[in-house]
Design a protein around this ligand. Sequence first.
Ligand SMILES: Nc1ncnc2c1ncn2[C@@H]1O[C@H](COP(=O)(O)OP(=O)(O)O)[C@@H](O)[C@H]1O
Ligand SMILES: O=C(O)C1=C[C@@H](OP(=O)(O)O)[C@@H](O)[C@H](O)C1
Length: 167
Amino acid sequence: MILTGFMGSGKTTVGRRVAELLGREFIDLDHYIVESEGRTIPSIFESDGESGFRAIEKASLKKIINSTDAVISTGGGIITYEESRNLLKDNEHHTVYYLSAPFELLYERIKDDENRPMLKQGYEAVSALYESRAPFYEESCHYTVDAALSAEETAGILLALENTGGK
Ligand SMILES: Nc1ncnc2c1ncn2[C@@H]1O[C@H](COP(=O)(O)OP(=O)(O)O)[C@@H](O)[C@H]1O
Ligand SMILES: O=C(O)C1=C[C@@H](OP(=O)(O)O)[C@@H](O)[C@H](O)C1
């Protein structure tokens, strides 16, 4: 199981819970990057820029996607590159679930988090980013799931889908 979606959609919170319910390992791709790089996400953005972070992110996804049956939560920008979108959509090991919710709700959840460098662009730019990314999440997932519910409810929906239509 792989979870995608915009910042604040609950990929980490819900992913950790579904992994618990499924009895599987949980891997947060951002956390994996922080551990393997020995640097925080903001410091990677600061020294390597967004493009540097994206390159690390793409390589990290490639490395782990076929080597684990863990529940993987991705970062919100994982759909930036076509190669990553194809990798998500066509991979043989994981069903990809897009956690979808209205921007206003997501922004309320994340607006004060200083660990998300993309927010520095300000409300209007982040809102535009949300709009521009939505079709990419849609095209690279197998299921779109409502993430405006409680984390427990969304986890329950994912569990049911994984047990019936999951890989
Ligand atoms: N379904 C939810 N309902 C309410 N708050 C949530 C929900 N899912 C996550 N949150 C909260 O929103 C914030 C971002 O959640 P997180 O799991 O880090 O999202 P993501 O990994 O998609 O960026 C956290 O403070 C978390 O507690
Ligand atoms: O949307 C983005 O471009 C990003 C989202 C973050 O992950 P979350 O979606 O877990 O916040 C993290 O990968 C980085 O700050 C960039």
